[in-house]
Design a protein around this ligand. Structure first.
Ligand code: FEC
Length: 311
């Protein structure tokens, strides 16, 4: 008989509209309302990408596609989808409660963030398991380290090859690919934190698969706080690659994210592009995974592997 497995997709979340920007930012700040100036600055950034982030729609579409894929693959199981967010409703705890309420006894949870060895993303799975423990179920298997999946590497290698194919032969010598992920406050990184290594290793695998000669890794989207954040920031890295490396074409692969959202559409496409334009260089940003079939397949592989491991 068919067994029902909860499929909990966890993601960052986004304000549902301009009116919820304040509560979203306050949640990010652990309940402390940011200053009016910071709030205004964030409203302006959302305004610059059209008022609302496409992230909510994309997360939903990715989740639906993954559930469809898993249900097609596993004839003996029925995957029932739940979405739980870090900073917006429905929160991760809400999703776990819904599973419990629906009588789900076993579930697989996957965070839509490839580099999960950091306090920020690690907490996704911990929150889910904590809520389940408190409620008395379901038993949750957390998928981790899926940035190592072959199809993740292939997705980005294909994007890079497509991007490089339109660059004139003579310019390839001065073209560099920059892999980036979200920066974190140094204080959030403990000594055992493999987050920087995940970005490094993943960049190396993708570079090898794409036969890349020139690439670098950097950090983006550092918060507006007094902390010291993981660097180099991609804008500073870009200036350095321009002046000291002689590079003129910059290809940005935000491999630390999986969707078009504020940190990509603003921090890269507006802020970083402005740096490249001011230098007189060429800015290229390959497409984010979103619902690309190869990417959804990669998530299905990761979830299937985790379930097989646990069985
Ligand atoms: O499109 C959208 O509406 C939401 C885009 C969004 C994603 C995202 C992903 C990550 N963050 C990570 C860590 C931090 C840390 C702080 C922090 C702050 C913000 C702010 C906004 C924001 N983040 Fe985010 N993040 C997104 C949006 N993030 C807005 C607040 C304004 C600002 O500081 O820029 C700092 C907390 C603090 O202020 O004290 C730390 C990590 C990820 C990647 C993993 C994931 O996607 O889950 C790590 C998407």
């Amino acid at each position: 008989s068919q067994q029902t497995t909860g499929l909990l997709l966890m993601a960052y979340g986004t304000p549902h509209g301009p009116d919820s920007i304040d509560s979203f930012y306050t949640h990010i700040r652990h309940g402390q309302r940011p200053s009016d100036a910071l709030l205004q600055e964030l409203r302006n950034r959302y305004q610059a990408i059209g008022g609302t982030s496409p992230l909510a729609h994309i997360t939903k579409a990715q989740a639906d596609a993954l559930a469809t894929r898993l249900n097609a693959r596993h004839a003996d199981q029925r995957f029932k989808l739940y979405i739980g967010l870090k900073h917006a409703e429905p929160f991760i705890e809400d999703a776990v409660e819904a599973m419990h309420h629906d009588g789900i006894t076993q579930a697989v949870a996957l965070a839509l963030a490839p580099y999960d060895a950091n306090a920020s993303v690690h907490g996704y799975g911990e929150r889910a398991q904590g809520a389940a423990a408190w409620l008395g179920g379901p038993a949750i298997t957390v998928v981790s380290d899926w940035c190592r999946q072959g199809k993740f590497v292939r997705y980005w290698a294909e994007q890079i090859r497509t991007a490089l194919a339109v660059i004139p032969e003579d310019d390839l010598r001065t073209t560099v690919v920059i892999f980036s992920a979200h920066s974190l406050p140094a204080a959030m990184l403990g000594p055992p934190d493999r987050y920087p290594r995940q970005l490094e290793e993943s960049a190396r695998s993708i570079a090898q698969a794409a036969h890349l000669k020139h690439y670098a890794t950097g950090w983006q989207s550092a918060g507006r706080t007094a902390d010291s954040w993981l660097g180099p920031d991609i804008r500073e890295l870009t200036r350095d690659l321009w002046s000291r490396g002689g590079y003129r074409t910059f290809v940005y692969c935000a491999t630390g994210f999986v969707a078009d959202h504020l940190e990509v559409l603003y921090d890269l496409d507006v802020e970083c592009r402005a740096v490249v334009t001011a230098l007189g260089g060429r800015y290229i940003r390959p497409a984010m995974p979103n619902t690309a079939p190869l990417f959804i397949d990669c998530l299905a592989d990761a979830a299937s592997d985790a379930l097989a491991h646990q069985a």
